[in-house]
Design a protein around this ligand. Structure first.
Ligand SMILES: NC(=O)c1ccc[n+]([C@@H]2O[C@H](COP(=O)([O-])OP(=O)(O)OC[C@H]3O[C@@H](n4cnc5c(N)ncnc54)[C@H](OP(=O)(O)O)[C@@H]3O)[C@@H](O)[C@H]2O)c1
Length: 377
């Protein structure tokens, strides 16, 4: 495995812990100072920086400009940790100021929403909770190609999600995949009604193409598009980014670490639990593709070593540098990775560094598609 120069990372990690601790202590202690400007300044400094998703009344403020993908705590990432571990990770994310949590009906299916609902219960009103509908779950099983966005089904899914999440509203509800059998205007109209009823606050799509984005947005303005985007999957940077910019829709990159490939923690000898992992079925995760793409890990490791950051942090900092309206949601089941990923929001890449990364990546031919079948419609 590569040398990730973790010493500098750990150093900055402990600084972060210290500063988070210090800032939460500052919040707890009521200090009677006459110099109110000094107090205001301190309060201002203890607030996490935010990114805005969406526009005007359809917008949301995301602390640190990064969210937590919760899927892997129950689904598709092999080992399922003890639920107390996952709850601790979500609560630590909140303690560190994060307020953007991503789940879906399909994750488990169902079990991830139950887990997230339990974890966020103590601070539910202070966070932005995202979920998704759109798959046909058959006999309690997630079937990758089976979609269902019929209006009545969307309503049933939302009612069930609300129960599992132990809440009476979902801040951001995405259609998980475009359903070719249901016009997107009908889907957007159904979500618009759910917004009027207060059960949903904002609307998003996942893996939608330009035409569907425009049609849906005309019925119910979209806050965000959640689609795969990473150093290894850059297709949305063309016309999808242009339409988002034009319409004021933000972009939430899912699998921002390319399902762990970009961390260097996966290699051609990695064994997956195929009962709970979609990677063995994806072309890019086959042995030959991992070997062929290994040059990216070497590049990210060497680049990161110059800055004292890890390949994951380089990858996330690159995503954050794309646009101020990009908010990645790396998934993790581990406190150390949570902290490492959060620290990427403090990494500024200079124009020269971005050029180095972009030059390298645009000259590197990626082997293996991200999915076996195209997702964007
Ligand atoms: N809309 C959609 O269709 C869609 C599809 C897929 C995912 N998503 C959402 O996007 C979120 C993230 O996607 P993802 O889980 O597919 O991929 P990801 O975030 O690119 O990668 C997650 C994997 O990377 C590992 N990892 C994370 N941080 C790490 C670090 N600093 N160092 C080493 N390894 C690290 C995790 O393992 P550890 O647990 O060991 O950290 C996990 O196996 C999901 O949780 C889900 O909410 C949405």
């Amino acid at each position: 495995m590569q040398n990730h120069n973790r010493r500098n990372f750990l150093k900055s990690g402990s600084l972060l812990s210290a500063s988070v601790l210090a800032s939460s202590m500052m919040n707890m202690i009521s200090v009677n100072v006459n110099a109110s400007s000094q107090k205001n300044e301190e309060q201002e400094n203890s607030k996490p920086k935010q990114r805005t998703l969406g526009t005007g009344k359809n917008s949301l403020k995301i602390n640190h400009g990064i969210g937590l993908g919760c899927m892997g705590m129950s689904f598709n990432r092999s080992f399922i940790p003890d639920r107390n571990n996952s709850i601790a990770v979500m609560r630590k994310a909140y303690d560190m100021g994060m307020n953007f949590f991503d789940t879906a009906e399909a994750y488990g299916p169902f079990t991830n929403e139950v887990l997230v609902g339990e974890a966020i219960k103590p601070f539910r009103k202070n966070i932005i909770l995202c979920s998704k509908f759109g798959f046909e779950i058959r006999d309690g099983k997630f079937i990758p190609g089976a979609f269902n966005s019929k209006p009545q089904h969307i309503r049933e899914v939302v009612e069930a999600s609300l129960k599992r999440l132990q809440t009476d509203y979902i801040d951001l509800l995405y259609q998980h995949r475009v359903d070719p059998a249901v016009p997107i205007e009908e889907v957007a109209g159904t979500v618009k009604d759910l917004i009027k009823e207060g059960k949903v606050l904002h609307f998003g799509l996942s893996e939608a193409g330009v035409e569907n984005i425009r049609k849906a947005h005309a019925v119910q303005p979209l806050t965000a598009l959640q689609t795969e985007l990473s150093l290894m999957t850059r297709d949305p940077l063309g016309e999808i980014f242009s339409v988002c910019e034009e319409l004021g829709i933000s972009f939430v990159p899912y699998s921002p670490l390319s399902r762990a490939l970009l961390t260097g923690f996966i290699n051609e000898r990695t064994k997956y639990n195929s009962n709970n992992d979609n990677r063995p079925g994806l072309p890019r995760y086959q042995e030959a593709a991992i070997k062929a793409n290994w040059g990216i890990i070497e590049f990210l490791t060497d680049f990161g070593n110059q800055r004292g950051i890890t390949p994951a942090q380089v990858s996330l900092a690159w995503l954050l540098s794309l646009k101020s309206w990009v908010v990645p949601i790396p998934g993790t089941t581990k406190l150390a990775h949570l902290q490492e990923n959060l620290l990427s929001t403090t990494v500024e890449l200079s124009a020269d560094e971005l050029k180095q990364i972009n030059d390298f990546i645009s000259n590197f031919k990626i082997t293996g598609d991200r999915y076996a079948v195209p997702q964007t419609k």
